[in-house]
Write a protein that binds this ligand. Structure first.
Ligand code: CP
Length: 306
């Protein structure tokens, strides 16, 4: 089924998830060639509309679009009429008049990409909206997991940290469970919802969670900017109780457990410096895979711009 937009993963069928993950494989193979560009989106235009900061998502969408020969425009929110009070509706109408084919949008408000999608013929891709969803992060995480576990059903992924405010936790949990992966959430009681997604095990104690025998420990970034009240005493305390300290890294190493993180990493908070050099860390692979998965998404969506 052809889709115009990618707003979340909840609305995708299992076949669509499989298709996207399969299509990302040849796009990743392209990176090893001397010419890394294909003409798939020649003549199409991609607009990057980021109201929140981003390094990985923004740059990987830009690289993905350029490798598919699309024209990329970066909408500079800080120097646009948005600062003069222009509404999102006016911005989108202006962009619509420019006949953009794809709009990649990140915004602090949950649901805003969906609102834009209803107003435009362009394909809208949610690059992260509030605490709601980050679908391409979920897909790249699933793709990365499948590279190390080609048959991921039955594998166990422990997601650690601020589940409450995390769009990454929401999207990644959804896609992994769709693939039959067992998912558990670990964090301070204040940051792990008591009524989480169905079938997700909940832990508040690190050692208890490790007895669950995860194959992957997936650390979330501590998002101080999304916390309107303090949910734990200090970052130092968080590192001690939930972070991958050097001691815990040794245990991951001994048990052959993989380590993932969506970035950006807060060193000394979610993990110690040494963890970045850990041989089973998939953090850099996640970044590389982000380009391939986003190429697959751009290739799959069908704008109605003609
Ligand atoms: N993982 C992720 O969304 O990172 P950025 O905020 O750098 O895009």
């Amino acid at each position: 089924m052809a889709r115009k937009d990618l707003l979340d993963l909840a609305s995708l069928e299992r076949e669509e998830i499989d298709l996207l993950l399969d299509q990302a494989v040849p796009f990743k193979e392209l990176f090893t060639r001397s010419v890394k560009k294909v003409p798939a989106l020649k003549g199409k235009s991609v607009l990057m509309l980021f109201y929140e900061p981003s390094t990985r998502t923004h740059s990987s969408f830009e690289v993905a679009a350029k490798r598919m020969s699309a024209d990329v425009t970066n909408f500079d929110v800080a120097h646009s009429s948005v600062v003069k009070g222009e509404s999102i509706r006016e911005t989108v109408e202006t962009l619509q008049a420019m006949r953009t084919d794809y709009i990649v949008v990140r915004h602090g408000s949950s649901g805003l990409p969906g609102m834009i999608a209803n107003q435009t013929k362009a394909s809208v891709i949610n690059a992260g909206d509030g605490a709601h969803a980050h679908p391409t992060q979920g897909l790249l995480d699933a793709f990365t997991l499948k590279e190390v576990f080609p048959e991921p059903a039955g594998k166990k992924v422990l997601i650690v940290g601020d589940i409450l405010h995390s769009r990454v936790a929401r999207s990644t949990t959804k896609v992994l469970r769709a693939l039959g992966v067992e998912v558990a959430h670990l964090g301070p009681g204040s940051l792990v919802p008591k009524t989480g997604a169905d079938g997700v095990t909940r832990f508040t104690d690190y050692d208890e969670a490790m007895k669950w025998k995860p194959d992957v420990v997936y650390l979330l970034r501590v998002q101080m900017e999304r916390q309107d009240v303090q949910f734990f005493p200090s970052l130092r305390e968080y590192h001690k109780v939930y972070g991958v300290t050097c001691e815990r890294l040794k245990r991951l190493e001994d048990e052959g457990i993989y380590l993932m993180h969506p970035g950006p990493v807060n060193r000394g908070v979610e993990l110690c410096d040494e963890a970045l050099d850990y041989e089973k860390s998939l953090i850099n692979t996640q970044v590389e895979n982000g380009i391939a998965v986003r190429m697959a998404v751009l290739y799959w969506l069908k704008p109605v711009t003609g």
